[in-house]
Design a protein around this ligand. Sequence first.
Ligand code: LR7
Ligand code: MN
Length: 576
Amino acid sequence: KKVNIIENDQGAGIPLDNLNLHLQDDLQRSGVEKMEKHLQEHTDKIKSKGVQQKDSLQREDGLKQSTKPYFPQAPGEMGRPVRLKKLSPEEQKEVDEGLQKNAFNQYISDRVSLHRHLPDVRDPQCSKQQYLPVSQLPDTSVIICFHNEAWSTLLRTVYSVIDRSPPSLLNEVILVDDFSDMDHLKQQLDEFAVKTDKVRVIRAKRREGLIRARLLGAASAVGQVLTYLDSHCECAEGWLVPLLDQIARNVTTVVCPVIDVINDSTLEYHYGKAASISVGGFDWNMQFNWHAIPEREKKRRASEVDPLHTPTMAGGLFSIDKAWFEKLGTYDPGFDIWGGENLEISFKTWMCGGTLEIIPCSHVGHIFRKRSPYKWRTGTNVLKKNSIRLAEVWLDDYKKYYFDRVSNDLGDFGDVSSRKKLRQDLGCKSFKWYLENVYPEQFIPGDAVASGEIRNKGDASEWCLDSLANRAAHHKPVSMYKCHRQGGNQFWQFSKEAEIRRDDSCLDYSGKDVIVYPCHNQKGNQQWKYNTETLAISHVSSGRCMEMSSDHKKVIMETCHGSPRQQWVVENYKPE
Ligand code: LR7
Ligand code: MN
C-alpha cells in the first residue's frame, strides 16, 4: 500500500484502522486526563464552529491557529509520541531503511499529519508581552536548506511555517536544494512549490554544503528579514511575531527561537518551562554547547519570558535583518558542508556591535539526531578546517587554545585574508572583550599547569587517558585508549586549582569509578596531585593512586605502590 502523504491534510490520510500503530496506548501513556480533555474540547469546538479556532494568545496581529480540521486520535497529533506495534518483516524492513537514510524514524514521520497540531508550548506569561502591530513589523523570507531530506519532514517544516505565520509577514519560503539525489526532491517538489503561492525552490549546481547553500538562499531573498530553519523542524503557534518584533526594535539584534526537541524515534514534541531554557556556549574544541542561564542574566531581566542574551547560537534556527547580515559579511564562504558558521555568526554579532538573543516566547521544534545520515567530503576533516578558519579570523591570541586541541596540526585551511580585512573594516571589538563581557563564565585554559596527553608508563607506554569529548559523556567513567597524538579525547589540563579537566569537565572520584563530571571548583572529589618524581597521580581526599587496569581498558583507583601502571607522563607539566 502506498501512503498518500502529498495531500495529507487530514490525519495521516489513511484510515486509522489500517495503521499499525499503538494509538490508543499512546493516548493513555502521554495524554493522561488533561490531554484527553483538551482533545475532546478541541474536537467539539471544531464540530460546532466549523473549523475556526480561537487561540487564547491570539492578538491583533492576525495570528491564528491552523484552521485545518483534524482527527485528534491521529498519530502524533498534539505532539504525542508514536510507537509501533509488532511489525511484519516487510514493515520492519521499511522502518530500518528509513532509519538508515535519515537517522530518524521516517516510517513514523510519514504517518504523522503534515499539518499536525501541537500543544501551545508558550509560557502563560507570554500573553502579557506587548508586540508592535503587524503593520510595523518587517516581513521575512524563510530559508530552508536541505540535502536529501525526507519528504514528510521537509513538507511538515514548510507547512508549519505557512500554517502558523501571519500571512503578511511571510514574504516567501525559499527551499534551497543542496544537490540532493533523492527522487521526491525533484519534479515532485517543483510541483508542490507551483501549487503554493509562497514557496520557491532553488537548486545548487553542485554540493555546496549547508553554509554556501544558505548564502544562495540569502542572495535571492526579498524579505526584509532572513529566517533560517533546518529541514526537519516544526514551528509552534505564535513563533514568528516575537522574533520579528525584537528585530523591528533594533535591526542589529539577531534572534533565535527556543529550540524544542522532536524525538528522533517517536516524533514526540518535547518542551519545557521558560525557566529551564538553556543558553549557548562553546568549548575550546570549537564545539557549541548548552548551559544553564547564568545568574547575571537572570538578574538583568525583569521576567523569565524576556529576551535572553546568549553568547552563542546553535546555528540552524534564527532570524536576522538582511541588511545587517550583509553588513556583517554573511558567512565565510570558505566554510564547507557543515559547522563553524554558528560560532562565526555568534562572535561577529556580539563583537561587531549587535546582540544575540533567545526569545522565550518563540518556539520551534527540531528533530535532533545522533548521527549525520549524509556523505561529507572524503579526505579532509571539513569541520576542523572550518574551525581553524574561524579561530584564525575571530579568536586573536585565544586561537592557540583551539590549536592545542588539534595538536597544532593546522594543515591547509585556505586563505582567510579577506575575512580578516572584513573584521578590520567593521571595526569589531576583540575576542578578549567578548569573553569578558559576553561570556565571563567561560573557562580560559591559559593558566593551566599542564596541557596535552596523559600517558601511562605500564605495558610499553602506549596507553593514554581518554574520554568522550561531548557533554553526553558526563558521569561516564574515563578510560584508557591507544595514544593517538591528535588531542581531542586525549587532551587534558591540570588546572592551578588542582583539577584534571577539559573545558567544563573534570575528573571526579567518589569511591567507585573515576568519572567525567561538570567542574564545581570546590576541590573535594575533583582535587588531584601529580608527583614528578614517582610519576604518581593521586587523589587528594582519598589518598589513592590512579592506575591503568591490566587489560589497558580502564582506570582504577588503588593504594599507591608505584608500579609502572601507576606511573604517568603528563605532557607539558610546568608547576608554578
Ligand atoms: O551538505 C549539507 N547541506 C545541507 O543543506 C549538509 C546539511 N544540509 C542541511 C541539512 O539538510 C539540514 O537541514 O543543513 C541542515 C543542518 O544539518 P543537520 O540537520 O544534519 O545538522 P544539525 O541539526 O546538527 O545542525 C546544527 O549545526 C549545523 C552546523 O553548525 C547548522 O548550524 C544547523 O543549522 C544546526 N541545527 C540547529 O541549530 C538545530 C538545533 C540543533 C542543535 C544544537
Ligand atoms: Mn538539523
